[in-house]
Design a protein around this ligand. Sequence first.
Ligand code: ATP
Length: 243
Amino acid sequence: MTALLTIDNVSVSYGKAEAVRNVSIAVEAGQVVTVIGPNGAGKTTLLNTAIGLLPCQGRILFNGEDVTRLETESRIEMGFGLVPERRELFAEMSVYDNLLLGAYSRKDGTAAAKRSIDDVFDRFPKLKERRAQHAGTLSGGERQMLALGRALMSKPTLLMLDEPSLGLAPLIVKEIFRIIPSLRDLGVSILLIEQNARSALETANYGYVMETGEIVRQGPAGELIHDPQLIATYLGGHGDAHN
Ligand code: ATP
């Protein structure tokens, strides 16, 4: 079976410093796949490379097609979506206009984009309530919902999320991790980068552990969450994955 996304033996450098080394990752259609690991492991670099913001060695395939040399714009048109760590909303613009801008790469017209906004509002009723509010005045959780909603506006088949739980209160984090698998109903597969290893592994089908630029461990998420070494390093260290 051809994976939706294949990152094949990819290396990325900033000048002489190699941030990602010989990394291979696959996201099958309909799956949530997570990459966990500490600060500076190269996770953000990997996502930015997948969507074409950084050049790399190795290959990136989308539905079996080699996209390694394609521009970011073309990848977005093909179905890539990215919610960056900083969320990068237009602070002075309304919730509604931020969403509308998320549809810029689509070619099916404004009426279709407006219908998609209604779909986003159905999924995130808070955003509907706040449709006229400037994005810059939203709470952290609302901003993350808007960033997610905006990414959905381009109708991605692969959504890459860079630390969606970063800086959010525990209840909001729970809500975000409830929403992520529900996006599969829309035909969206997910590549999730997280430092919140426990929540990520509870949500994902398959997981990779990245340390200093390399994949050091991988497996079904349900197995990784019970791995004693991962429990000690990333999951709270009590030897009981449920506490
Ligand atoms: P975090 O969770 O802190 O975001 P990360 O796993 O996403 O970490 P990256 O942000 O990909 O890690 O960084 C990987 C390495 O590359 C780090 O050593 C970082 O300092 C370096 N790096 C990242 N961006 C740049 C850049 N623009 N120029 C030079 N080095 C960079």
